[in-house]
Design a protein around this ligand. Structure first.
Ligand code: M6R
Length: 614
């Protein structure tokens, strides 16, 4: 939610900040803005809508200056318009701020400031914080850094901020609590700040991830100084970025989502590379190696996540329980954190998150930790908040996922869960040698099989054309294909705006069957496996009500083809790995349906890639 970019140094700030905002646009695209500082004057540019609107607006204007802060917004307080766009200025125009997060007590602070005679120009919580900093600075005579610190002591909520002041032009102040912020250290005593490393990587690989409660003063003359909220100075921990620039480009594809779908043979392989050897019969997930006994001996594992990552948890539940006989409960992080859940010492709480920044998932982990649970994480973004607060975990190594709709992150999450389940099952003696080796070698073959599905794109595109005008859709699956059905429905609704629901196939007759008529496409995962015959019966129930069946079937299947209006064959695999392959045709279908409906695939309406607010 919301992207922040800032620069201070000798280069022109505008092109750096603008390019950075384009990279971060996936985090929110309701409005954007930039403030530039030159000759002790702040120039402010803000526009509703995409960064392109801002670029067009600034094009003919003086955009020079070697310090700048920028923001791309996902609206929380106040509608998305020019007025509410960031940066916000103090009343006297001396201070500019960009903010990601929510100031929960902003109304009280606003009233206090209004009683002192301040007049606000926007509906945002951010402008209140900016006025508060300015008020403290004016009344105490403190410098900017200290004024920011004192203001933040009064704030309840989440923030990542960058502050700039025309009276102290050699510095930027950056601070975070519960919203991410990374500082890039340039080669010429210059500094870059951003919500994630993507706007920074082309300038420097030396970064410092701010921790909660930290405030950084970036001074072009004096360098980087780091403090906690009580002004105790800390040593910054400088890390080397592993990110590559090419991973952030579309690489010839029309959309990031399409690129990311097509990357899956590689991203799945990257995920298990060095962690699995089927010939020698071993799996090793270094990150959680020392916690395997704890997992085995735990009363239960609670998996927490949101959205697509929650669907991966459901696949994980199936794998852990069936393969390793380990008790798993899957929880929406947003529900878990507010439900006063029973957590005992010795429980394991495992969070799954592509971004590693999802606010509800973070809060669920913090709650679990406070109650004595061991907290583990599966994240994609290296250095993300979740990866840093957990006791241990595994990265998915899928590479940057920019399309708002999650695709390669899901298959990588399921790959890590499969590796974990296989390793735990083996350790517990629940999987005999031949089944274990078969599972591992089947996993090694998944990238090729995913490629075979990708090769069917033309056929899937034709099916997409047939159903693109549907108003509703149902997705059905059983066992570990039920989460695939949920994921298929989520992909369709979030990018094409067609109402879609995923159901366990057998649940259909308890209600959703009433919706079926000749207009209703029903997407069914009907691959060979333990519940195949039962799914075939469910398909017949749909056909009896004239519904349209689009079936995902195992290559060579003849039975389902008789009833299906359309079918997509996927290669046979070990039954535990079906979700890794069966999800891909649904991704392709949703993608082309959205394109045919002229939807904005990479940046669907109202959404943001990482949901860092509640
Ligand atoms: O970064 P996370 O995996 O924690 O994000 C969770 C959800 O916000 C995310 O999966 C969302 O549902 C995607 N847009 C789905 O495609």
């Amino acid at each position: 939610m919301c992207g922040i970019v800032a620069y201070i140094g000798k280069k022109e700030a505008y092109p750096i900040v603008l390019k950075g905002l384009k990279r971060l646009e996936y985090r929110g695209y309701d409005s954007s803005g930039i403030a530039l500082l030159k000759n002790e004057e702040i120039k402010l540019f803000k526009k509703e809508g995409k960064v392109l609107n801002l670029e067009n607006h600034v094009e003919s204007k003086d955009n020079s200056g070697t310090r700048g802060i920028g923001h791309t917004r996902w609206a929380t307080h106040g509608p998305p318009n020019d007025k509410n766009a960031h940066p916000h200025l103090s009343q006297d125009g001396a201070i500019a701020i960009v903010h990601n997060g929510i100031i929960e007590n902003y109304d009280v602070l606003r009233q206090e400031l209004e009683s002192k005679g301040y007049k606000f120009n926007s509906d945002t919580d951010t402008e209140v914080l900016c006025y508060l900093i300015a008020d403290i600075k004016k009344n105490t005579g403190n410098k900017l850094g200290k004024s920011v610190r004192l203001a933040l002591q009064q704030v309840v909520g989440a923030y990542a901020i960058v502050v700039m002041c025309k009276d102290e032009p050699n510095k930027l102040i950056a601070a975070r609590k519960s919203s991410p912020l990374v500082i890039g250290i340039g080669k010429e005593n210059d500094f870059y700040v951003a919500s994630d490393a993507t706007p920074i990587v082309e300038y420097t690989k030396q970064v410092v991830y701010l921790n909660d409660g930290e405030i950084a003063i970036l001074n072009e003359k004096k360098g980087l100084k780091l403090y906690n909220i009580d002004e105790v100075q800390k040593d910054p921990y400088v890390e080397e970025l592993e990110l590559h620039l090419e991973a952030l480009e579309k690489g010839g594809y029309d959309h990031f989502m399409l690129k990311e779908i097509h990357e899956q043979p590689h991203s799945i392989e990257d995920c298990f590379r060095g962690r699995l050897n089927a010939k020698e019969g071993w799996v090793s997930l270094g990150g959680i190696k020392y916690y395997e006994n704890d997992i085995i001996n735990a009363n239960r594992i609670v998996m927490v996540a949101c959205g697509t990552s929650w669907h991966a948890c459901l696949v994980g539940e199936y794998l852990f329980e069936d393969l390793a006989r380990i008790n798993v409960e899957v929880e929406y992080a947003s529900e878990f954190r507010y439900r006063n859940p029973i957590i005992n010492e010795g429980d394991i709480v495992l969070a799954i998150s592509q971004s590693g920044e999802t606010a509800d998932t973070m809060a669920a982990l913090e709650l679990a930790k406070s109650k004595g649970a061991t907290i583990l994480g599966i994240c994609n973004v290296v250095g993300s908040s979740i990866s840093r607060i957990t006791d241990a975990g595994s990265y998915t190594h899928a590479g940057p996922e920019i399309g708002v709709a999650s695709t390669k992150a899901f298959t990588a999450q399921v790959t890590v869960l499969t590796l974990m389940a296989a390793s735990l099952a083996r350790k517990k003696g629940k999987l005999n040698d031949s089944k274990y080796r078969n599972l591992l070698s089947s996993l090694e073959a998944i990238p090729q099989k995913v490629q075979l599905v990708l090769d069917k794109t033309e056929k899937i595109k034709k099916i997409a054309a047939k159903y693109k005008d549907a108003s509703n859709a149902l997705y059905l699956g059983r066992g570990s294909s039920f989460p695939v059905a949920l994921e298929g429905a989520l992909k369709l609704k979030e990018i094409s705006y067609i109402h879609a629901e995923g159901y366990p196939a057998a649940e259909m007759k308890h209600g959703p069957i009433a919706l079926i008529d000749e207009e209703m496409p029903v997407f069914v995962i009907a691959t060979k496996g333990p519940s195949y015959e039962k799914v075939v019966s469910n398909i017949q129930e749909v056909k009896a009500r004239k519904g349209k069946i689009i079936a995902i079937v195992t290559e060579g299947d003849e039975q389902v083809k008789q009833f299906a209006d359309d079918y997509i064959e996927i290669p046979e695999t070990n039954e535990y790995l079906v979700p890794l392959i069966a999800t891909v045709p649904f991704q392709i279908l949703s993608y082309y349906i959205a394109v045919m409906r002229e939807c904005n695939v990479d940046q669907p309406r109202n959404l943001a890639k990482s949901v860092t607010v509640e």
